[in-house]
Write a protein that binds this ligand. Sequence first.
Ligand code: ARG
Length: 590
Amino acid sequence: MEKLNAVLSGELMKAFESCGYDASYGKVSVSNRPDLCEYQCNGAMAAAKAYHKAPFMIAEDVVAAMKDSAIFSEVQMVKPGFINLKLKEEFVASYLNQEAEDEALGCANLGNGRKVIIDYGGPNVAKPLHVGHLRSAIIGESLKRIGRYVGYDVAGDVHLGDWGLQMGLIIAELKLRKPELVYFDDQYTGEYPKEAPFTIGELEEIYPEASKKAKADEEFAAAAHDATVMLQQGKPGYRAIWNHILNVSIADLKKNYQFLNVTFDLWKKESDAQPYIPDMIQMMKDKGFAHESQGALVVDVKEETDTKEVPPCIIVKSDGATLYSTTDLATLVEREKLFAPDYVLYVVDKRQEMHFRQVFRTARKTGIVRPETKLGFLGFGTMNGKDGKPFKTRDGGVMRLEVLIREITDAVYEKIKENRTVSEDEAMKTARMVALSAIKYGDLSNQASKDYIFDVDRFTSFEGDTGPYILYTIVRIKSIIHKYEETVGAAGSLAGTVCAARSASEKALQLILTRFSDTVELAFTETAPHRLCAYIYEVSNAFNKFYHETRILAEEDEAVKAGYISLLALTRRVLETCIDLLGFEAPERM
Ligand code: ARG
């Protein structure tokens, strides 16, 4: 389906050409003065230089050439040489009907099946999922959905952190608490128990305890370090514990992600990349990419154009240990081997920007990724509390995601229970949906790289730029359509087509609906889900204005009424598609 902009520009280009000017001056854009016009063309201003003619004269020629346009109802020259444009109502309606016919609502297939891996989530096993990982999950999930919508073959990879010191800490602490466990018996040769020697609750208590102890107790810290090394070298008892930690944690993580409506295609882990490390290091040495520096093995990655110092990427530390960057590089080796992706996008805290710059440069320089493979880093800012400091619990601790979700769900439930007419069960289900919209929209409506303030009162408000407001709008549309269907039957609401707008507010809504596809495409190419939020806020405002000014169900002309319902159905489809791309959904009632 041709883009509206292309259709409009095509008309202007024809007109420029017919007047003897180059067609390229005919590009139109959405008006930045919506009070004056809907679209505008500034080409005459640029053409003036090339043709040594006053811009208004060129614009006047073009305006004259367009007086019989089937698309524009108004083509006006405004000095010094702008061309202001308004579209014919019939044309907008027919464009929307085409959009409604299209399965993808006019969205282009940008990806053409090309493979994308989005690395998001990034939780660390054995540590509870906390709000720090919330943003990655929310933003990554949305980009995955948007990418698929525009035709990419996207796989989301949770990339679990399961290989660091946290493992050694837990093993060392467990050994202190339960030395009698077979995992610690070096003589033991039998099978290890299937049942984990701890629950998720215990595990989550063990880790912070061990971490605190290691800071104060040198001996314990050394034991944890040793345990990490032994685990990494494959000591069977420790491997068995590590497996238990993984299983117990992953089950809990899946539950939490399910609350968030977040799913991963790949549950890969840092440890999965370890087998690729030896060959990778050998290759870097053989080809002369890596050299020794103060006992460590490094790859230089600074570039002449750097304005900020980019230190060498360390591959092996002087004590022989590999690092986070080694694992990320080996993960790229693995991804190339298993999936040969065209694009790998990381959605990680922006404080890790330097790490990814070093990793990307090393991967390119050493040929780990193909030259045409795109590597992207979307660094997100911090979620702060109302005090402007990183979000914490009331008593200053790290907020567990589960707790945060529960608190917001309760807050929403309090609001909706006042005038609820539905069952307790449905009210709770609705509260969960609304809460999720509040959390996700509250996050996604900000540009990802910016810090934002997590404000429960504002985010859960049913008015203003919030998730619940969007849901409220959708619910309102659904209810009107239902009422209409009660009178004409379910098929009736699908039968009609959008009609030429009969009021300014109706036309405004229709015009905004034509911009769906451009918005979705940009949201992916710019990795910017906030564009989708801004868009649905605009759609919702335009719809609500139309709704307040129009007697929809009371309309006496049945054809006009059916046209309104078709417009509502399309509005609902656009909004529901967008919230699905953002990762939440709307209830039936609210
Ligand atoms: N586990 C890491 C953390 O908590 C995030 C992982 C991000 N992804 C990656 N490929 N490095 O900081």
